[in-house]
Design a protein around this ligand. Structure first.
Ligand code: DX5
Ligand code: ZN
Length: 231
């Protein structure tokens, strides 16, 4: 099932509860929270305190994307704050297997994130542990960047790998997902679509979430139609 994950990075932080509520009315089903430390990525954003505040104003799952060094140190704090999904970058984890287990031990859904330059096959062995894999389709750090086209091939590789291994993890894509890219992202096989600028950038998150989700679902239906024609 295709789901839209509004990324609050592009929201108006002075009115965060209202912005999240509007994105939910527009069809967002998981809230994506970008956590940046100014070390792993060249930007600083928010942490467990804001997750804790969000927890009080929305019933939607909170998907915390940790773009931080030493993520293990902060996993308990995100659990206490009410995070539901936590993803860690392959590039920051010396002991990725341990980090994923730590997330699961804290009652959250574990996920791994790959930067654009990181190969999909590097995570083959830990795929049975993850709830989803997040493919970065921009270099992490900022909203509103341009989609990197070769991310589509990485999504397709991951779909093949999932099939070969008989697994059921979901595939999330993050960065530059907007009207001009969403159809190809869905057709490549991603089902969790993160969007910041395309949802919050024009000041009408309800309308823009709804339109983006509709475009994504149309693309999914089209590709299903194509498959049944081929069969
Ligand atoms: C970038 C973040 C993204 C960001 C995406 O490092 O991980 O979640 O919000 O923003 P858009 O959708 O504007 O590219
Ligand atoms: Zn993100």
């Amino acid at each position: 099932m295709i789901e839209l994950l509004p990324s609050i990075l592009s929201a108006d932080f002075a009115h965060l509860a209202d912005q999240v509520a509007a994105a939910e009315r527009g069809g967002g089903t998981v809230i994506h929270v970008d956590v940046m430390d100014g070390h792993f990525v060249p930007n600083i954003t928010i942490g467990p305190l804001v997750v804790n505040s969000l927890r009080k104003v929305t019933g939607l799952p909170l998907d915390c994307h940790l773009m931080i060094e030493n993520p293990d140190e902060f996993i308990p704090a995100f659990a206490d704050a009410g995070a539901n999904w936590v993803s860690v970058h392959y590039e920051t984890c010396r002991h990725l297997h341990r980090s994923l287990e730590l997330i699961a031990q804290h009652g959250m859904e574990p996920a791994v994130v790959l930067n654009p330059a990181t190969r999909v096959d590097l995570i083959t062995d830990i795929l049975p542990l993850v709830h989803h894999v997040l493919i970065m389709s921009v270099n992490p750090g900022f909203g509103g960047q341009k989609f990197i086209p070769f991310s589509l091939e990485k999504i397709r590789q991951l779909v093949r790998l999932r099939q070969d291994l008989g697994l059921a993890f979901r595939i999330e894509v993050d960065g530059g997902v907007a009207h001009d890219t969403v159809a190809s992202v869905v057709q490549a096989g991603a089902d969790l679509l993160v969007a910041g600028n395309a949802v919050f950038g024009a000041g009408n998150p309800e309308r823009d979430a709804r339109a983006l989700l509709m475009a994504a679902r149309e693309a999914a239906n089209d590709s299903q139609g194509m498959t049944s024609k081929i069969l």
